[in-house]
Design a protein around this ligand. Sequence first.
Ligand code: ACO
Length: 400
Amino acid sequence: DVVNVSGLTAEGYFTFDPGFTSTAACESQITFIDGANGVLLHRGYPIEQLAEHSDYLETCYLLLYGELPTAEQKTEFVRTVHQHTMVHEQIRTFFNGFRRDAHPMAIMCGVVGALSAFYHDSTDISDQNHRTVAAYRLIAKMPTIAAMSYKFSIGQPFMYPDNSLDYSANFLHMMFGNPCEPSNISPVIARAMDKIFLLHADHEQNASTSTVRLAGSSQANPFACIAAGIAALWGPSHGGANEAVVKMLEEIGDVSNIDEYIARAKDKDDPFRLMGFGHRVYKNFDPRAKVMKQAADEVLAELGINDPMLDIAKRLEEIALEDAYFVDKKLYPNVDFYSGIILKALGIPTTMFTVIFAVGRTVGWIAHWNEMISGSYRIGRPRQLYTGYSERDFVTIDKR
Ligand code: ACO
């Protein structure tokens, strides 16, 4: 379906490939996707097996270092990440510059980018040790900054990290804890949160990861690169879809209204799309969506929640999967379709959904950035097919 038009340059021809549907921009050993068969492997391990047997930080280690850690390596990795969970105290005051009603993703873009103003050693990317510390800092501090962006929006005091808790429980402690009482984090909720982080950990050259690589190719510092990735993730066609899915399900409101929305999604004069459906690479079930759907069932059952939104989602999925439009275009539910339902059940406010995606994806961004910086690479510099005016003479303002 792709029309490839070639342009002539001083060096020869180039390929015109809008949206990069058929252009590989790099080599990578981190993640493999077989979109036709719905396969996702991290360093060779299927996502279903990682979701069942691993945890988020262990998967971070795998993505960063290429192998599953031994018990000793895992303990050391977790300990080191925990050492970096606090943010510089000045960052607390930095928050006061934002409006309380700012979207938490807006705050994330600003604060994560500003980390380069605090951790100067990590901006020296020529040294592998500095790059490693930058990776630890980002993985460790993202949940802290994410929780601070939420606390700020509701006018509650920030919570310091509690390093006696594991990664995901600590995040929930910082989100929902209160300095006057000890936190009581439900292990069911912490486990579900961890699975959500794990399922978002990496997805090869998606828009945000490609943005991180492109920014990094100019040798920009890692905090600036990850801030660029966060900005790219925010859009509703990418990570912002999880928030959009819940808004859509709320708007549908009842199973009886589904047909109307299916019809709108098929109407080319209506910009509405079924959020959480379709994927550039998967032309089959997104394997993460399958795990997410099962997790949604388990979490809602364990928490005793009967959310009509889950019924609407399941029915929508059934109807869409039988509909010729969706079948022909191979539009299947993606990872965002069910994640919002779980996040809602965990008590996470809708505006935080994409922030949570960003927390989980940080390791993928940093693993790709590090893979690129540690190997040979050139600055990313796409070409364009110019379709504007040919040369013409300037017209003075009185003659226009
Ligand atoms: N609802 C209705 N129609 C759709 C949908 C949808 N969700 N997705 C794609 N289509 C249609 C398009 O209108 C197009 O039809 P056409 O060929 O008749 O013009 C065809 O399917 C192909 O769609 P494209 O937009 O060309 O596919 P692309 O690969 O560029 O986009 C994307 C993929 C952005 C994910 C798209 O499917 C979409 O907008 N989905 C909804 C948003 C979403 O869920 N995003 C999350 C993606 S996963 C992630 O980032 C974590």
